[in-house]
Design a protein around this ligand. Sequence first.
Ligand SMILES: [Cu+2]
Length: 481
Amino acid sequence: MIGRGRVGVLLVLLGVLAALVAPAAFAHESTPTGVQRLELDLGARELALTITAPPEGGGRMPVVVLPRGDAPPGEVRVAAVRPGDVPTDPVAVPVAPVGQPHEVALTADGPGAWEVTVSDGATVARVPVTVAAPASTPGWVWAVRVGAVLGVIALVAALAPSVRQRPRLALGLGAVALVGLTIAGTAVATAPSSASTTPEAAPAPAPVSAPPAGAHAGHGEAAPSTPAAVPMTGGSVVVTASTPTPASAGAPVDLELDLSDSSTGAVVDDLAIHDDAPIHLAVIGPDQQLAHVHPVRTAPGHYVVRLTPGVAGRYGVFAEMERAGDGGHQVARTAFEVAGPATVAAAPAPGPGLREVAGMQVDVAVPEAVAGRPTSVTATFGQGGRQVTDLQGWLGMAGHLLVLGPGLGGTPDPMDPASAFGHVHDMGAPGPAGTYGPRISFEHTFPRAGRHQLWVQVQRDWQIVTVPVTVDVTQPPATAP
Ligand SMILES: [Cu+2]
């Protein structure tokens, strides 16, 4: 029989033991390092992917696939592999109906570099995922564990009735208990100083790059003052565009992008996900039609996106990227050629005012667009006399405004390096239902006067709605010297 007093002593000791060992136990508990959301334009499909990183050391990696846009029914195959490996046992995921998420549990069973592959049978998108290595258990934690366990066992044994009748043994065990608990206590007391021998490196502040002139609450390029001095790239990543087969008007074609460093020529494969994609690609044709797409990475520094150019001519390509650890946003320009019958110049999109787009009445207001001054661009969405309030967030934002400024010829020309490119966001909060509307608004400072091509983009019913607007920006009144 164990007396009530002894039970109390035992409980206190167990409590002490738990308290001492608990930090060690927590040291082994791993936490997910993050959830990654990104948009993939894979072949004919638009997919939103949500990847939950596995715990430190590897493990279960849930991936949610959500089809958007005009995704044709069918399935994609999803797997987790080491970089470059061929998926051996991919999981089939239905990509219908649009807007219906499907979760698959992948496994990345070890630390280091992994790829989540998404294949439609023709193209294999490879999304890099890094699994953190488990933190090693510090020496002081082991000292606490061993000391505490030894001490408590010895103490419990010393208090046992049979031992108490043998004073020398009890004394010996008591001494062992004292030594064990002293080791544990000392280890705990000195833990902060021993832990400080491996201080966690304070994260270096990300270099903050000043927003380029002409971009307000968004991204853009500065309007060059001397067009001749402007290279065809907007920063240190050079993007080269090509098509495996000659592109022709009206036919789908895979646009391939190869990324290299402008100073070293090395392949660039360190793009960070920003605004839900590694590359935001704006492709603007001679007919001023915009395709805002998100190419998939198929190999290091190699991205692919399927396009269906409507008309023949030269297409301007603007690739928005951020390199990991750099923090700087950059826009690289390139171009590709589409063959086909010559087309007459497209009429410019309507200016501000009411127009019908995707079954909605969209009223665009741009009061007083003056170069160098913040200008508000507001689009109000209605349908059948009612306000539209079910616009969905896209890429984490209520709305997007893409802007192409005038080239030397005075009209927006994606091929002219003098044309400024901008990408602005509506950062407004969603309504009670988590949706947006009827008003989407942007602030943008047009870098200079002239005709600008604008595209307002929102999402509704999982479809991207693009509203083209032509805006004539005036010169600010001359100021007296
Ligand atoms: Cu984008």
